[in-house]
Each structure stands twice: as structure tokens, then as C-alpha cells.
Design a protein around this ligand. Sequence first.
Ligand code: NAG
Ligand code: NAG
Ligand code: NAG
Ligand code: NAG
Ligand code: NAG
Ligand code: NAG
Ligand code: NAG
Ligand code: NAG
Length: 385
Amino acid sequence: MQGQAIHATMMSSRITLQFLLLTFASFLLSSAGRVHGEAARRPCPIDAIYQFGDSTSDTGNLIRIVGPNGSGSQAARLPYGETFGKPTGRFSDGRLIVDYFAIALGLPLVNPSLGKNLSFEHGVNFAVAGSTVLNSSFYAARNVSVSASDVPLRLQLNWFRNYLNSTCRSKTECGEKLKRSLVIVGEMGSNDFLYSFLSGKSIQEVMTYVPPVVEETINVTRELIKMGASKVVVFGDFAIGCSPIYLTLFKSNDSDAYDEKGCLKAYNAFSQFRNTHVQVALAKLRRELPQATILYGDYYNGYKYVLDQASHLGFDPESALKACCGTGGSYNFNFSQMCGSTGVTACPNPNEFISWDGIHLTQEAHRHITEYNTNKIFPELSCAT
Ligand SMILES: *[C@@H]1O[C@H](CO)[C@@H](O)[C@H](O)[C@H]1NC(C)=O
Ligand SMILES: *[C@@H]1O[C@H](CO)[C@@H](O)[C@H](O)[C@H]1NC(C)=O
Ligand SMILES: *[C@@H]1O[C@H](CO)[C@@H](O)[C@H](O)[C@H]1NC(C)=O
Ligand SMILES: *[C@@H]1O[C@H](CO)[C@@H](O)[C@H](O)[C@H]1NC(C)=O
Ligand SMILES: *[C@@H]1O[C@H](CO)[C@@H](O)[C@H](O)[C@H]1NC(C)=O
Ligand SMILES: *[C@@H]1O[C@H](CO)[C@@H](O)[C@H](O)[C@H]1NC(C)=O
Ligand SMILES: *[C@@H]1O[C@H](CO)[C@@H](O)[C@H](O)[C@H]1NC(C)=O
Ligand SMILES: *[C@@H]1O[C@H](CO)[C@@H](O)[C@H](O)[C@H]1NC(C)=O
């Protein structure tokens, strides 16, 4: 019953869900160059970041797919990007986790692969908002509809191959380049599951999609390492049961459905189920490819840390489960009137919120989640902390 209603809303919101805006990369490039240019401290032997993913890491690809002005995308418009200075295609008020990784590594922000005339000297971002790990055939067979502009993980890998092919003069040259880079896979897969839930699939059923999603993630990661990547971070999912979209769409009468923070236990358990699969698969991959440093990016515990420490970190604890930009309901989220729609406004101070638009997080949350992760990851990469 829930499924039907949600499916209908999803159809109308799908268009809005995944589109974005315009460039501004030259500004980005020059300002980033000034702040984090050649003179910046490089704590790690890493010159470049190659990112694969969805809206959690898209820094401007989707908007270049859906049209020059990103007319179909709410993220093409303010208040998206308001903290950044202007909308860029990022699904947040400001910077994303990949941006904070770049800053922590002393590198300029990584440009989107579809950007024209942008510098890729310090990496390329292949992430496209709305994308899934598995391709649409998998979902078509299960009556799950995915984004029309889906760029599945393997297609992003092909973009990477083409990029390398057009950049390096030889395999050796590419290998050298890759050795001095950080490859970040994900977070990716949350759309595979979100689209499935929105199409009315039960948690039990969606759990059966986890093994193939994780297997494909590992297959692509393996290929990246075989191409020469030597430092790879694979992110798991965040605590979806704490996000306004899940809290709103799957709200329950039963108080037992909620944990002490007010998050939906069953959906957080789903995230943990998935993350356990990812970690087990990564452990296996490490044994298979001991030459590479293969790390797990912990989005889930990073998010929980931010929730648990909300007031200590400067967030408003009363708003910990509410979207900054949205309208109505217990979580300031309504699927038919999302952030970016006419008349929907953002909170005055996004730094006090964890969730930006009910689906994606604020810059401030990204900053803390990155720090949580770099504290664990950098020592493994021979980086100074
Ligand atoms: C996009 O914006 C530019 C400049 O504002 C305008 O000239 C152009 O017609 C727009 N294109 C579309 C497809 O709306
Ligand atoms: C491309 O970038 C270079 C260097 O920043 C600049 O000189 C050139 O004018 C740009 N070309 C276009 C078409 O924007
Ligand atoms: C989707 O993935 C399956 C399994 O990897 C593959 O057989 C199929 O050719 C792919 N379809 C498309 C359209 O890429
Ligand atoms: C998909 O939907 C079609 C038409 O509603 C139905 O005939 C088919 O059984 C469904 N398949 C699955 C796997 O749910
Ligand atoms: C690029 O692709 C072409 C055609 O597939 C191939 O011949 C060439 O060796 C590739 N170059 C590199 C550097 O991988
Ligand atoms: C992963 O690769 C293995 C070995 O090539 C293959 O058998 C399997 O089907 C792949 N998994 C997915 C989900 O494509
Ligand atoms: C919630 O409780 C009301 C009243 O007991 C009931 O009518 C309704 O169906 C319940 N909703 C859900 C989602 O269980
Ligand atoms: C969401 O917004 C729609 C359109 O404005 C409205 O009809 C609906 O009642 C709202 N839902 C909730 C739960 O507030």
C-alpha cells in the first residue's frame, strides 16, 4: 500500500531528484589553486584523486548531462551551493566529502570529468548523481525504475579507461600516475536500494540485491587495482534509518521501530547488513591483491558520530533528524515539495544541521565525517596527520 503511493510520488519527483546546475569550475580552479596550489603542504605521497560515485560525490557531472542550464535539477538552483558561493552541481549547501579529502591531501578540488577545459592534473571525478552500481537491466527485471541519466559504476570505469587512454602515452606512464593517486569508490549503491524501496520492494527482498551490488563494486575495484591503482578507499553506506527521506516515507506507528536517537532500526540494520558485506568482501580482496592498500570508508559510523556528538560539534540537537532545506512534516521533508522547488526555503544557518535536503548532508556534516575517516585512513596511507 505504501509502495503504490510512494511509487507515484517518486515518478513525479524522479526528474527533480537527479539534476543539477552549471559550471563555475574556472573560479573553483583558480581559487583552489591559490589556496591549495603547489605551495600547499602535501601530507601524503598522493598527487591525484579519482572518484566514482553518485550524488554524494558528484561535483558537476549530472548537470552537464541534463543540459547546459540544468533546468530539470533542483540542485541547479539556489539554495544548493549557497555556502559554496553558487550552485555547482553539488547536492549540498557546500563542499562534499571528496572536496574535504582533496583539501586534507593538500590538493585542489577535483573537477568533474564532463567539464570542458578543466584541469585534471590532480584527479578526475566520474561520479554522477542518481547513479546505481548495477545497470538498469538488473532493475528492469525486478520492476524497479532507475534514473534516466544513470551512469552505472562499470560505465564510470569505462570513462576512466578512456580518460587514461587519452592522457598517458603508455601503460607504464598510466601506472606511475595511478601509483601516486587515491581512488575513491563510493559511496555508491544507496540509489540501487533507494529506488528499490521506492518501487515498493520490502527490506527482505532488497537484502537479496546486496550481494550482487557488493560483488560488482568489488569487481570494479579489482579492475582499478589491476590497472595500477595502489591506494583505494571503498565507502559503505551511511545510516539511512536516520535520514529524513526514510524517516518520512517509512514512518511507523510502532515506537519499537525507532532507536534511542529516533532513527528507524530496520533501515539502519539494512545499512549495517550491507556494510558488513562490503567489509567482508574487502578483506577477501586484500588477500587476493596484497600489493594494494584497500581501505574501508566508514560513512555509517562517521554519521553516527556526528549524530551522537551533535551538540558538541555545534549542530542543533533538536534538528538532528530534520532537513535544513525542505518543508513540513516531522522531519521538514516532503517528497512532493523538496529543496529547490518553488517556495521551499533553507534554514538560516545550515552549519547547525546535519541533513541538507533530507537526502544529502550539509557541508558541515561532510567536514566532520571526512575528518572521522581521514583520522583512520591517513595513517594507513603513510600520510602525516
Ligand atoms: C542556458 O543559459 C544561457 C545563458 O543564460 C542561455 O543563453 C541559453 O539559451 C540557455 N539554454 C537553454 C537550453 O535553456
Ligand atoms: C581553456 O583554458 C585555458 C587555460 O586556462 C584558457 O587560456 C583558454 O582560453 C580556455 N579555453 C576556452 C575555450 O575556454
Ligand atoms: C548489465 O549488466 C549485466 C551483468 O553484468 C550485463 O550482462 C549486461 O550486458 C549489462 N547491460 C547493459 C545495458 O550494460
Ligand atoms: C513486473 O510487472 C509486470 C507488470 O505489472 C508483471 O507482469 C511482472 O510479473 C512483474 N515482475 C516482477 C519480477 O515483479
Ligand atoms: C588506447 O586505446 C587504443 C585503442 O584501443 C590502444 O591501441 C592504445 O594502446 C591505448 N593507449 C593506452 C595508452 O592505453
Ligand atoms: C564479478 O566478476 C566475476 C568474475 O569475473 C563474475 O563471475 C561475476 O558475475 C561478476 N559479478 C557481477 C555482479 O557482475
Ligand atoms: C497507525 O495507527 C492507526 C490507528 O491505530 C492505523 O489506523 C494506521 O493504519 C496505522 N498505520 C500504520 C502505518 O501502521
Ligand atoms: C506534501 O506536500 C503536498 C503538496 O504541497 C501536500 O499535498 C501534502 O499534504 C504534503 N504532505 C505532508 C505529509 O505534509
